[in-house]
Design a protein around this ligand. Structure first.
Ligand code: NAP
Length: 501
C-alpha cells in the first residue's frame, strides 16, 4: 500500500464530504461537475461504505441489481453488467470501485482518515474539519455522507472480551476469508445479516448455535443468474424503468405487477393464490401482494398467518418452527430476503436457542451463556446490527452556531428538516439523514435524490446573494464591447495583466 499523504491544512475547499460510500462518491462527482473544490475523508482504505465493511458470508443486496445502481450516468448504467438477480457484496464492491476509477474519484479522497470534529465558524461562515491524521481543513459546506448503517452495534454483554475464541461482527468483517470448517460457531442475532450468513456458516461449521431474541420475517430471494433478456429489456428503456420505480413507495419494484385490491375483500383461495405467487417470485414484493397489508392490521394478520404456515412447512421440528414464527406486524421492520435460511434449521448440527426473556446472560471464556445453559464455542459471530441512522453522525463532534453540539441538539432524538439539514447547523447537509425515507427505500435512489437536491441548493446559493457577502453588481453589461476590450489587451501584449511564466 502506498504511503498516506501528509496532513492537510487547506482552508479553501467549497465542500468537505465525510464518507466515500455511494453517497460520498456521487456527491464528489456532482461537486466537481459544478466546478466546486471538494475533499472527501473516508475511514476505510477503499470506497464502498456499507459494502466495504459488510463482508460477512452471504452478504448480498435485497434490491434487485438492475435497480440497485446509479442512474446519473447513462453510459455507466448501460456498460455495467450485473451477473445475478440480487448482487452479492463482492460484486457491489467491484461496482463501487469501477465508479471510483471511471470518474477518477480517488484523487480527491483521503482514505484511512477518520473525521473527529467539525465546527462551524460564524465569522467566516465556514466549517473547520479535523481528522485523526492531523488534517485541519475548511469548507463552505459540510456534507455528512456517513451512511445509515455503518456504525456497528455491539451490546455490552457481561463478560464481553473474555472469550478466548474468535469473535466477529457482521458489520466489520475481516477482509481475509474466514474459515469455519470444523468449528463450533455461535451467531447472536437473527436480523438480515444473520439470516443471510447463517446458511453459509452452517455449510462449514461442525456445530452452529443461533441465539434468537426476536424472530424475523423473511421471504425467499429466488436468486439466480441475471437473465440477459431481462437485462437487455431494462437497458433499452432504463430512464423510463427508473422513472416508474421512483413512483413506488420504496423507490423499487415497479415491474412487479400486483392486483390493486385489498386482502379483506378477497377469498381465502385468492389470498393463497397471490401469496403463493409472491413467495415463488421471491423478494420484497411479498408485502405488496394486497394493497391493505400495511394499513389494516386484519389484512396484515392474513399475510402473517400465511408466512407462519410456510415456516411450519419448511422447518421439520415443530418447536423450532414455532420459535421461528415472527409475532410482530409483517413489514413493520424491513422484511429479510433469504436463500435457504429456514431449511438450515433442519440440519442436525444447527440449533436455535430462544434467549427470551433474559437475553444473552454472559459471554464466557469458552462461549456463550444463555437460556440457563453454557454453550462451548470456537467462534462467535455478533450479527447484532448497527447504531442506525444517527450513530455515525454523532461519532463526529459536530458543533454548529454558538458551539451547539449536534449530540445536544438531538438529545431528545434527531430533528432535521427533510432529513437534509439541521437548525443551528448552517451549510451542513446530511445525506439520507433521519427524517428522510432512507433505509425503507432503495438506498441508491434516495442517495441520488439527496445529492441532486444538495447540488441544486448550492447552485441556488451561488446564484442568489449569500448572507454576509457585500452586495455589489458583479457581471459586466454588454458582450461585444467586452470582447473588443479583451482583444485590445491581447493585441497590446497583455499590457496591465499580472502574468508569471
Ligand atoms: P438488525 O436487523 O438490527 O438485527 C440485529 C439482530 O441482533 C436482531 O435479531 C436483534 O434482536 C439482535 N440483537 C441486537 N442486540 C441484541 C442483544 N443485546 N441481545 C440479543 N440479541 C440482540 O441488524 P442487521 O441484521 O445487521 O440488519 C440491519 C439493517 O441492515 C436492516 O435494516 C436490514 O434491512 C439491513 N440489511 C440489509 C441487507 C440487504 O440488503 N440484504 C443485508 C443486511 C442488512 P432484536 O430484534 O430482538 O433486537
Amino acid at each position: 500500500m502506498s504511503a498516506l499523504p501528509q496532513p492537510e491544512t487547506d482552508i479553501g475547499f467549497d465542500l468537505i464530504i465525510v464518507g466515500a460510500g455511494f453517497a460520498g462518491m456521487y456527491m464528489l462527482h456532482k461537486a466537481r461537475g459544478m466546478g466546486l473544490r471538494a475533499r472527501v475523508f473516508e475511514a476505510g482504505d477503499g470506497v464502498g461504505g456499507t459494502w466495504y465493511w459488510n463482508r460477512y458470508p452471504g452478504a448480498r443486496c435485497d434490491v434487485e441489481s438492475m435497480e440497485y445502481s446509479y442512474q446519473f450516468s447513462d453510459d455507466l448504467q448501460q456498460d455495467w453488467r450485473w451477473t445475478e438477480r440480487f448482487a452479492p457484496q463482492p460484486e457491489i464492491l467491484r461496482y463501487a470501485n469501477h465508479v471510483a476509477d471511471r470518474f477518477d474519484l480517488r484523487a480527491d479522497i483521503r482514505f484511512e482518515t477518520r473525521v473527529l470534529s467539525a465546527q462551524f465558524e460564524e465569522s467566516s461562515a465556514r466549517w473547520t474539519v479535523r481528522t485523526d491524521r492531523g488534517d485541519v481543513v475548511t469548507g463552505q459546506y459540510l456534507v455528512m455522507a456517513t451512511g445509515c448503517l455503518s456504525s456497528t452495534n455491539m451490546p455490552a454483554f457481561p463478560g464481553l472480551g473474555s472469550f478466548k475464541g474468535q469473535s466477529y461482527h457482521t458489520g466489520a468483517w475481516p477482509h481475509e476469508p474466514v474459515d469455519f470448517t470444523g468449528k463450533r460457531v455461535g451467531v447472536i442475532g437473527t436480523g438480515s445479516s444473520a439470516i443471510q450468513s447463517i446458511p453459509i456458516i452452517a455449510e462449514q461449521a461442525s456445530e452452529l448455535v443461533v441465539f434468537q431474541r426476536t424472530a424475523n420475517y423473511s421471504v425467499p430471494a429466488r436468486n439466480a443468474p441475471l437473465d440477459p433478456g431481462y437485462e437487455a429489456e431494462v437497458k433499452a428503456e432504463y430512464t423510463a424503468f427508473r422513472e416508474r420505480n421512483s413512483q413506488m413507495m420504496g423507490a423499487l419494484g415497479a415491474r412487479i405487477q400486483v392486483p390493486d385490491r385489498p386482502a379483506l375483500s378477497a377469498t381465502p383461495e385468492q389470498h393463497r393464490q397471490e401469496f403463493d405467487k409472491a413467495w415463488e417470485r421471491g423478494g420484497l414484493g411479498f408485502q405488496r401482494s394486497f394493497n391493505d397489508l400495511m394499513i389494516d392490521s386484519r389484512a396484515n394478520e392474513i399475510a402473517k398467518s400465511y408466512v407462519h404456515e410456510r415456516i411450519r412447512a419448511m422447518v421439520k421440528d415443530p418447536a423450532t418452527a414455532e420459535l421461528l414464527c415472527p409475532t410482530a406486524v409483517l413489514g413493520c421492520k424491513r422484511m429479510c430476503v433469504d436463500s435457504g435460511y429456514f431449511d438450515t434449521f433442519n440440519l442436525p448440527h444447527v440449533k436455535l436457542v430462544d434467549i427470551r426473556p433474559k437475553g444473552i446472560e454472559a459471554i464466557t471464556p469458552t462461549g456463550v451463556r444463555a437460556a440457563g445453559q453454557d454453550f462451548a464455542l470456537d467462534a462467535i459471530v455478533y450479527a447484532t446490527g448497527f447504531d442506525a441512522m444517527t450513530g455515525s453522525l454523532l461519532k463526529v463532534d459536530i458543533r454548529g452556531r454558538d458551539g451547539l453540539r449536534l449530540a445536544d441538539a438531538w438529545s431528545a432524538g434527531p430533528r432535521t428538516y427533510l432529513g437534509l439539514n439541521v437548525a443551528g447547523f448552517p451549510n451542513l447537509f446530511t445525506i439520507s439523514g433521519p427524517g428522510s425515507p432512507s433505509v425503507l427505500t432503495n438506498m441508491i435512489v434516495s442517495i441520488e435524490q439527496h445529492v441532486n437536491w444538495i447540488g441544486g441548493c448550492i447552485d441556488w446559493m451561488r446564484a442568489n446573494n449569500v448572507p454576509g457577502k457585500t452586495r455589489v453588481f458583479m457581471p459586466l453589461l454588454g458582450f461585444p464591447p467586452y470582447v473588443e476590450r479583451c482583444n485590445q489587451v491581447a493585441a497590446s501584449g497583455y499590457e496591465g495583466f499580472e502574468l508569471r511564466a
